[in-house]
Write a protein that binds this ligand. Structure first.
Ligand SMILES: Cc1ncc(C[n+]2csc(CCOP(=O)(O)OP(=O)(O)O)c2C)c(N)n1
Length: 336
């Protein structure tokens, strides 16, 4: 095994000491993402949401563990499955739901929808419907940060489906040559579009980035503390000018590829889904640890859950009640 390749799961205990406040904040954000996605699915099922959306349930520990390691002014780039990244970096659920429903109060004035939410105020350079499409944007942002000397880093989120896109390797080559502060974060939920990744991905995934000399790691993406520990280490080295890294987070999406993908047993067994939901759920794993280590008791966690549910329900109502953009704005902000 190459010295640049470290396959062992990050030892969460070796990571930064998270304060009780941080741990409860992490719990709150993971639970918010879960609630947000359940309501997004409900809006789709009630035919209140135009188009469709790709839900992030099951993968919450990845976005939250990584964004907890970032400064507010650090950048992220996201994917077609981007709600979790957006919320974890600090976006507001009411403006996100408004965007999903095509309303003017949305992050893109209702013209982007789920797959194009960007929020520059929180460093979110945007979701991207093109698989692998954000790799160039993330690397460009890291290049700018290096040139400006502002100490920012950029996390480039992508699914393992993007490993087949050539752009990823072009930019990884440049990032390593120029020692850019970018962390290529592969969310390996094992499925591309209706397809197990073993049918699309040859060889050893980590060996690909290692061949550029980029330090490459694999982590249990269901354990938010492990994700945060490894991400903190990689963010720190990027900030110090030591260059890019590659982090593969092993995870699972609970729902179909998108909200309409309900009959999926032809490519994924229900028993497998049940196993992840019951044995490997990131919120249950964190809850059990918080309780066992006495960082929180059930009443505290229940209070957080109630507060989150109230916030998300209010956000849905805000979006449903919000006006659509005026018809004369149809071609405003269109650049193509
Ligand atoms: C360049 C490109 N090719 C194909 C598609 C159609 N497409 C949308 S999502 C997807 C699969 C993505 O899988 P993965 O990257 O593993 O992300 P996941 O959906 O599992 O989160 C495909 C093929 C696309 N959007 N862009």
């Amino acid at each position: 095994m190459s010295t640049a390749t470290q396959r062992s799961a990050a030892n969460a205990a070796a990571g930064p000491q998270l304060s009780k406040e941080q741990l409860l904040g992490i719990y709150r954000r993971m639970y918010s993402i879960r609630q947000f996605e359940e309501h997004a699915n409900d809006l789709y099922l009630r035919a209140l949401m135009p188009g469709l959306t790709h839900l992030y349930e099951g993968e919450e520990a990845v976005a939250v563990g990584i964004c907890e390691a970032l400064r507010p002014d650090d950048y992220i780039t996201s994917t077609h499955r981007g709600h979790g990244h957006c919320l974890a970096k600090g976006a507001k659920p009411d403006r996100m739901f408004a965007e999903l429903l095509g309303k003017e109060a949305g992050y893109c004035r209702g013209k982007g929808g789920s797959m194009h939410i960007a929020d520059p105020a929180t460093g979110n350079l945007g979701a991207n419907a093109i698989v692998g499409g954000s790799a160039g944007i993330a690397t460009g942002a890291a290049f700018a940060a290096k040139q400006l000397g502002n100490g920012r880093v950029c996390v480039c989120f992508f699914g393992e489906g993007a490993l087949g896109q050539g752009v990823l390797y072009e930019v990884m080559n440049m990032a390593q040559l120029w020692k850019l502060p970018v962390i290529y974060t592969c969310e390996n939920n094992m499925y591309n579009e209706y397809t197990h990744y073993s049918e699309t991905t040859a060889g050893d995934i980590l060996a690909r980035s290692v061949s550029f000399g980029v330090p490459s790691h694999s982590v249990d993406g269901q354990d938010v503390r492990a994700v945060n520990a490894k991400a903190s280490e990689l963010v720190e080295r990027a900030r110090k000018g030591e260059g890019p890294s590659f982090l593969m987070c092993n995870t699972y999406r609970y729902r179909g590829h998108h909200v309409g993908d309900v009959s999926r047993e032809y490519y994924r067994a229900k028993t497998e889904e049940q196993e992840w939901m019951t044995q490997r759920d990131p919120i249950i794993i964190l809850t059990n640890w918080l309780l066992a280590e006495k960082h929180a008791d059930s009443a505290q966690l229940e209070k957080i859950q109630n507060e989150v549910r109230t916030e998300i329900e209010a956000a849905v109502k805000f979006a449903l009640d919000a006006p659509y953009p005026a018809p004369e704005e149809l071609t405003d902000d269109i650049y193509a």
